[in-house]
Design a protein around this ligand. Structure first.
Ligand SMILES: [Fe+2]
Length: 298
């Protein structure tokens, strides 16, 4: 029997602070929450989500020309392509997040994956920034950063390294790793790390941490279209400015709070259901699609 990864319903835009709920199901290869999803998610065409700020409000660090191209052209193209591809298919009744995970298909992606994931990734990215961003986080987020990376500066170094070493197009992520999944026989970006901690990861093309069952807290777009108008080929400069002048640590803190609450809730749920879900010893497989490198010209 195939094992499927699936997640719960969401009615808020994927980029906004929210709790993404996962369940691991081996029952008939479909998400047990889909019945609930049907009543809460969009069954008509997806629309391009509006930016959470004015087009010129991130200047001089990210220009309105970049946003017009990046959001208004690249992301819009993904929305239009996804709508065309999923019309008349089972994906049409799913939430965007469910489409991302289902279409990833354990590393053998359906053609709609790159469009669904890039829509989700970009909504998440836009909501990770704010005018007057940057600075330093506080509270639980800072405590965990210092616990897991030694210092805030240590985390920044690791995140910048991931962003600068992602070959070709892709993303760098700060994530909360809280899965309980047996990832044996899988290509997992942080297989030796303990759970319930912050980790940095990078991913090629459209792949995002949802397919690893990680909770993304911050995503940096390192596709060339994200920075070439403002920084030409200087990716490292763009990443530094993003972290020093644009990132909203308040949003990242909110995402962490929800990820930890979700992990806690799932742990309690797992205490009662783990035997039912994992009892047949079937290996859970997760794969990282690192072979192909999509063109930056979307
Ligand atoms: Fe992008």
């Amino acid at each position: 029997m195939a094992t499927s990864l699936c997640c719960g319903l969401h009615t808020t835009p994927p980029g906004s602070p929210q709790l993404h709920q996962w369940k691991l199901s081996k029952k008939k290869g479909r998400c047990p929450s889909l019945n609930r999803v049907k009543s809460a998610t969009v069954t008509s065409k997806l629309e391009l989500s509006p930016l959470p700020y004015l087009m010129n409000s991130l200047e001089p660090y990210m220009s309105s020309e970049t946003l017009e191209q990046h959001w208004g052209r690249h992301q819009r193209a993904h929305v239009e392509s996804l709508n065309e591809q999923i019309e008349g298919t089972g994906f049409e009744e799913m939430s965007l997040e469910d489409i991302v995970v289902a279409s990833y298909n354990k590393g053998d992606p359906h053609p709609s994956f790159k469009h669904a994931a890039q829509i989700w990734n970009h909504d998440f990215f836009w909501n990770s920034m704010k005018p007057g961003g940057g600075g330093k986080p506080s509270g639980v987020l800072l405590e965990l950063i210092e616990r897991d990376f030694g210092s805030f500066e240590g985390m920044l170094r690791e995140l910048k390294r991931a962003a600068s070493t992602q070959f070709g197009s892709g993303w760098a992520w700060l994530v909360y790793k809280a899965n309980r999944l047996d990832v044996e026989n899988a290509v997992n970006p942080c297989p030796t790390e303990e759970d319930n901690k912050l980790v940095v990861a990078k991913s090629p093309n459209a792949v995002n941490p949802l397919v690893w069952d990680y909770s993304p807290l911050l995503g940096i777009d390192v596709w060339e279209h994200a920075y070439y108008l403002d920084y030409e080929n200087r990716r490292a400069d763009y990443v530094s400015v993003f972290l020093e002048k644009l990132v909203s640590w308040e949003v990242v803190s909110s995402r962490l709070e929800m990820a930890m609450a979700q992990a806690s809730g799932r742990g309690k749920q797992g205490d009662g259901n783990e035997e039912d879900e994992m009892s047949d010893g079937e290996a859970v497989e997760m794969y990282l699609d690192s072979e192909s490198d999509d063109s930056d010209a979307e």
